[in-house]
Write a protein of this length. Structure first.
Length: 273
């Protein structure tokens, strides 16, 4: 018995003098307020947290209008060459339905070197240039030549980098851009995210520099305004088709349609604010 007490005393002395916490202390370090005892929450386990799982091929494989609506609330992620990540919530889209759509680059089913990405598998980026200066980014959907234009983002992460990228494309001395001005338009969001023609035909489900992740608190039908597209006024009846979708009340949307919002409120789709 004396020998046993002597061994216990030695063990106790070792624990009190050691710089490494005893087993129970490690268990406490691992614990989280929510009761998760995963070792990744402990400084003694160097496990890197992973980004949320990105949207996969099945998400993009849906009809154009459905995809345009489903994009609202999802998050576009761009990883810059220096490792910084830019995150933006999609708040405005437009659907271009392919061959029948007189406002689409693929009208009549015509496939060219420029619009080839529109005929590729859903989730393929179609990037084109306007005015010989600016870029716009689309994502292919189900349907021959159908794609969704990303019109506006709500910046979430990397806003300083977005300002840097936007400033390089602006001429002369300018005032610093406010948050809502960074990505409130298709060309602006391409500038802010460093998207150019080099991204044409890239696969959002496979690319290491650009992808999408699921958003939180996705909008319901009552949160979405459905109205006409922008800049297609010379396309006859197709100029009046309700193929633009945006989040009502979101200040990062490029163009708000108050008339349509009032009409939707009158029909009981949502309360008029």
């Amino acid at each position: 018995m004396p020998r046993k007490r002597k061994l216990l005393a030695q063990l106790s002395a070792l624990q009190s003098n050691s710089s490494v916490p005893p087993f129970d202390a490690l268990g406490n370090l691992n614990a989280t307020p929510g009761g998760d005892s995963s070792p990744k929450s402990s400084k003694y386990f160097a496990i890197e947290k992973k980004n949320p799982s990105q949207l996969e091929a099945d998400f993009f494989n849906q009809p154009c209008i459905s995809l345009a609506k489903s994009f609202l609330g999802q998050i576009l992620v761009r990883k810059l060459p220096d490792g910084r990540e830019l995150w933006g919530r999609i708040v405005e889209t437009e659907a271009y339905l392919g061959g029948e759509d007189e406002a689409s680059h693929s009208k009549g089913g015509k496939q060219t070197q420029r619009n080839a990405a529109m005929f590729m598998k859903p989730g393929t980026l179609y990037v084109y240039q306007i005015y010989g200066i600016y870029f716009c980014v689309n994502v292919s959907s189900q349907g021959e030549g159908a794609a969704v234009l990303l019109r506006s983002l709500e910046p979430l992460q990397g806003l300083d980098a977005m300002r840097e990228l936007r400033s390089t494309s602006r001429k002369g001395p300018t005032k610093p851009l406010k948050d809502w001005q960074l990505c409130n338009g298709p060309s602006k969001l391409c500038q802010a995210f460093g998207i150019d023609k080099a991204f044409d035909q890239r696969d959002l489900t496979q690319d290491a520099a650009i992808w999408m992740v699921p958003g939180h608190d996705l909008p319901g039908e009552q949160d979405v305004v459905t109205t006409t597209r922008i800049g297609v006024g010379n396309r006859g009846e197709w100029a009046q088709k309700p193929l633009r979708f945006y989040l009502r009340g979101n200040k990062f949307v490029s163009v708000v349609d108050k008339k349509t919002e009032r009409e939707m409120a009158a029909m009981g789709h949502f309360s008029c604010s």
